[in-house]
Design a protein around this ligand. Structure first.
Ligand code: HPA
Ligand code: MG
Length: 235
């Protein structure tokens, strides 16, 4: 049955789970949350368990897509700091595939760069990319950029442009989240994505607000009072 074969081949979606604007999230009382953040949060948008399930699915899809032909070493680039947990979990789930699949394998090497553009909860125009000069031997290699969130898309466009200069063979991007912005459309679509979220500022699972909330498991939305409490006065 040819139909069944196609189904199993492309059964895991590379496109995101869409979280609609009307979704009101999960009340905090259903979750175990750190005491130091409990008063600052409004609700849980995506529980940690669902994040993990989606990452496992993405890992499986990426593994299968990239091992259809003779696999070459994949250079996985972690975009710090916000991407560190997604990177770590995605890589470990691809490693599981490597361990459990007997007829396919995907060798990987790991690189780290750092970008920063957010102050408080708005995107500043100054983008910093740190660590590009430490990347070596990207020429003719397959790159996978692993990013936490694509918001305006400006960071990813700039980052890809910088990486093109190393003349890699391919550049693919996986982002755990993309944001459906109200003001303007995001200018970048990743090859693989976990969730498309409404236009809210999210924290948790290594995504921060002024360096706070990285140490929170669930993806959450802040209360106004939480936003005010950790705001940086930059003038
Ligand atoms: N949360 C945290 N960091 C971010 C976000 C967000 O919603 N968008 C871009 N960087
Ligand atoms: Mg950040």
């Amino acid at each position: 049955m040819a139909e069944t074969k196609n189904l199993t081949e492309y059964y895991i979606q590379a496109d995101p789970i869409i979280i609609p604007d009307s979704f009101e999230g999960y009340p905090l009382r259903y979750f175990n949350l750190p005491l130091h953040y409990r008063d600052d949060l409004n609700y849980v948008l995506i529980p940690y368990g669902l994040v993990q399930d989606r990452i496992e699915a993405l890992a499986s899809r990426i593994f299968h897509d990239l091992t259809i032909n003779i696999p070459e070493q994949l250079i996985c680039i972690c975009v710090l700091k916000g991407g560190y947990r997604f990177f770590s979990d995605l890589i470990s789930k691809i490693q599981n595939e490597n361990r459990l699949q007997n007829n396919r394998s995907l060798p990987m090497s790991l690189e780290f760069i750092r970008t920063r553009s957010y102050i408080n909860d708005y995107s500043s125009n100054q983008l910093e990319i740190i660590g590009l000069s430490d990347l070596n031997n990207l020429k003719n290699r397959n790159l996978l950029i692993i990013e936490d969130i694509i918001d305006t898309g400006i960071t990813m466009v700039a980052l890809k442009e910088q990486l093109e200069k190393f003349q890699p063979k391919t550049i693919q991007v996986v982002s755990l989240f993309t944001k459906r912005r109200k003001d303007k459309q995001c200018i970048f679509k990743p090859d693989y994505c976990g969730f498309e979220i409404p236009d809210h500022f999210i924290v948790g699972y290594a995504l921060d607000y002024n360096e706070y909330f990285r140490d929170l498991e669930h993806i959450c939305i802040l209360k106004e009072s939480g936003v005010a409490k950790y705001k940086i006065n930059d003038n």
